[in-house]
Design a protein around this ligand. Sequence first.
Ligand code: RFL
Length: 387
Amino acid sequence: MATAQVGVVILGAGPAGLVLGNLLLERGIDCVILERRSRAAVEGRARAGFLAAHSVRVLTEHGLAAGLLARGKTHTTCLFRSDRGEFTLDYGKLGQGEAHTVYPQQELVRDLVAEYLRRGGEIRFGAEAAEVTGGTVRVPGGADVTGRYVAGCDGHRGSGRAALTARGVRTARRDNGVSWLAVLVAAPPSLDAVGYALHERGFAGHMARTATVTRYYLQCPRGTDPADWSEDRIWDELVTRMRTAEFGPLREGTVLEKAVVDLRSDVLAVPGVGRLWLAGDAAGLISPSAAKGANLAVLQAESLARALETALAQNDRIGLARYAADCLPRVWRAHEFSHWMSGLLHGPAGPDDDEARYARQLQYARLESLRTSRAHQDFFAENYTGI
Ligand code: RFL
């Protein structure tokens, strides 16, 4: 059974779908969001935390930033550690002079859900989009929903992406071959900055989230089971890789969550065809090495809202073609930097042979260039904060 047609059916209530929904409502376009999980699950899922200046500008311009402006923390420095010492980059004074705002993704999602509902929007939680055909979305156990357009914002494993690839849209893909154990701990940040530690045992990272919660990353082999990492093992490894004997202790706390993230990236050749258009992780997955995923989701949602407004008002798809043309070069810049970061952070895996020694020396040379070259630092800052 099909319900009445809406302007846009949005799949997924993550950052991409919720920003898009809010921007469409602001433009007077009717939409409905289908989300397969419960509201509590969506609002409790801890992932990203670093919002680029562009994301903050978009959210502010559209009345979606009250929470992050009130509770987010500004970050302008990051530091690098290795057996050659430690240095800090004040990226807020380099490149374009931009900052990050640290605001946990689940809090942003909570704010976006509340604002979307306040604007009169409809979200169906527990409604999984099983299949997209033309403008119609099949929801098992519920009524089909039809829109003039469908926006697939349902992540990398969602139905939007599956429908596009089934239509022959091709993907460009890279597997970095490494994984990270992503850990969330109940402890205040140990550093004022994001910390990147290069170590022969593998990369370790420190990222602030809130005054009481910190995210840490530990590079681990592909196929790692998080259950093999006890709290003691996690802290022992963090202490070693973050070189606390040399640079000072970490503030330890209970491990709240641990998950393994494989560093993989891909981009669809076009983010939409006909009545189906994608944004966020659905359109492409970016490895978390440079914290770009949520920022690309906001960028694409803003651009897609504009394109859909034109398409609905003028009944043409020029705006949608422009969406692809505008976004893809920026997406690829983010991927290029993410790939560069990955090369900086990860030493060679496997035996200590000639190739491994060569790869490690390249890693140190890159780090040394970043420590000493103002041009390199400006490049870093521009790409680190830009989108
Ligand atoms: P999301 O957030 O995955 O939301 C998709 C939503 O769609 C729902 N869904 C469906 N609903 C209906 N029908 C279906 N068939 C559906 N299939 C799925 C899901 O339940 C979900 O609610 O995608 P979106 O909106 O594109 O947002 C992308 C971001 O979440 C992601 O890129 C970032 O979290 C990546 N990321 C980071 N990005 C940053 O910009 N800065 C960071 O600091 C940062 N840190 C991270 C990260 C990702 C991480 N993990 C877990 C991969 C840290 C980690 C550990």
